[in-house]
Design a protein. Sequence first.
Length: 128
Amino acid sequence: MIDQILADLDRAIQLEPENAEYHYIRYSVLIDRGQTEAALADLDRAIELDPSTAQYYFARSAIRQFDDQAGASRDRQRAVELGYEEPGFPGMPISLENLTRKSDWDKFLNDPPAPQRIKEKWRLKCLE
């Protein structure tokens, strides 16, 4: 089934290569399959096509946080500028570096943060 979804997304991108949302959707499938490099390439393309969508930057920051902390930080900042509200404890945004100590992890599990929110409701334009 995933192979068919990827084939359909590849075809959609072939028909509409300038549609950022198709690249974003394919990113989500590729990241679930562990194809990080290809997923990152799709996020880069989505941002290139539509640099005004906070979701794209936040998703890319999640991938970058492992090997490019500065890039991840810039992407999170850009997402916030575009309307993304990061979840977290007061004064402690959620990030892997903040959950490395057992006490932080226990606090996270016992008192999870509020769901991620977008100031302005975001929806795939292709579904409207």
